[in-house]
Every structure is written in C-alpha cells, then in structure tokens.
Design a protein around this ligand. Sequence first.
Ligand code: AMP
Length: 285
Amino acid sequence: MRLILLGPPGAGKGTQAQRLVAKHGIVQLSTGDMLRAAVAAGTPVGLRAKAIMDRGDLVPDEVVVAIIADRIGQPDAKRGFVLDGFPRTVPQAEALDRLLKQRGLALDGVIALKVDEGILLKRIETRVAEMTARGEKVRADDNPEALKKRLDAYRAQTAPLVDYYTATGQLKTIDGMAPIDAVTAAIDSLLKPAGRSRSRGKPAATRAGRARTAKAKTARGRAARRGVKKSRGKAARPAAGRGRKAAKSAQVSRKKAGRRAAKRSRAGTRSGARKTRAKRLTRGR
Ligand code: AMP
C-alpha cells in the first residue's frame, strides 16, 4: 500500500501515519523527520536545511526529492509506505510520479485532511505544552512566527496539490477536525476496497461480483449450485430460496416431466412388445 497524507501543519498527518504503519506494516516516510535527523547528524543536507526549516520555509525541491528517491528504494519500503509531508509542491508531486513510474509502482490514494486553520495554532500550542510537560525537546519551528510562515507556505505551495490530485482522480478528503479515532476510522473505510484488491493483485471487486461471492457462500447458494449440477432441468432444482411462485412452477414442471417419462416408458413397452412379436414371426412361431 502506497499513500500520501496531505494537510497543513498540525492537521494530524503524523498521528494518522503512525496508525497506518501499525495497521498495515508499511513505513512512514516523513521528510520533516528525515530532515530533522539530517540536521541533528550535521550532514551536508542537514547543514543546508537547518536555517530554512527554523524559519518555517520550504527546503528546495531537489533536496527532498533526492531524499525520497533514495528512501523508497530501500528494502523496508517494499511492502509500502505512507508519505507524510511529501510532496509539498507541484514539482515534488511530478517528481514522485516519475519516481514511481520508473519503478513500476502506483499510489493507492492521496488522503487530504481538511482542517480549520484557525484551530491549528491551538493544536500546535497544545502539542508544545504536552512535549514540554514530558520533558521532550520542542521543535525549533513550533512557535507562532514559524508556524505562520509554515501555514503561508502550505497555502501558496502545497494547497495546489489538492487540484493536482483531484485531476488525477486520486484525492480523497477527510474531516481532519473529527476526533483522532474517527479520522482513523474514516481513513480505514476509504482504504478497505483499494487495499484489498491491490494487495492481491486482482482488479477491484465489482458489486455484482461481490453479490455472487456472497451468494456462493450461503448454504442456499451451495444447495442451488448442487441442484444445478445434478440436473440441467429446472424441475430438479431445489425450490428453496426461489419463492413460492417459483416453487409452484417447479412442481408443475416436475409433474410434466413425470408424465413425459411415463409416456416414454409406455411407448417403450409397446415397441418392446412389437419387437417380440416380430421375432416370433421370423422364427416361424
Ligand atoms: P514537517 O515536520 O513536515 O512539518 O516539516 C518540517 C519542515 O521541514 C518544514 O517546515 C520544511 O522546512 C521542511 N520540509 C519537510 N518536508 C518538506 C518538503 N516535502 N519540501 C520542502 N520542505 C520540507
């Protein structure tokens, strides 16, 4: 399963991504986390990104695209991944399309978490307070000025992805303001049909196909199929499940079939008697 979670900072992408990881055994690819790790490790990418991130601006496309290109090729991403915080611009989305195409892969969906921006600031304040209370290090960009910049960057550069993925028919929108468990449930229900069909490499089940399968699973369906196999005649099929009218018509058909069989047998007896008489004559008796 390969997914994108789309939404402004504080929309809950990280939380939902972690739940998807636990549920589907896929990996979470958060460009923000990877960049923070690069900053902490003091790598060339980290050194380049630090000041940009602290301000709340976006790191150049080629930097994050290179990180993702490398990451999705690693063994733990083979089972699938959820992209959290990537792509953030249309050129990044185009680059991702190319990367997936080169590897013969496709996305299973793009899930946009729709949120009220006015409430985001409050959410981030709560997150900061909780982290501080736990004695955890607070993100350098979790402050009002940087958050404003991050929201501006989202509106100007990331929000156009909603149109991009609407045009490709991959976008599914969810109410990100709902309680966390309700958001998770909404995501689960979006993923059920796509996830099942993709993972087995079969085309998505059609409604008629599903109905046939369900019928085949019932005792009635099995009985009906056994009846059909034993005899091609409608009259021989068990009437159960076909309604009173059908049962009546089956009874009539059975009677007719019985009369025809009796007629054939009488005719057979007559022709048998004729043959015996003919034999006697040939023998001269
Ligand atoms: P996040 O943890 O997703 O909020 O990202 C934190 C910061 O990392 C962002 O404000 C950006 O500076 C940088 N960043 C993360 N992902 C991207 C991306 N896809 N494109 C550009 N910058 C990014």
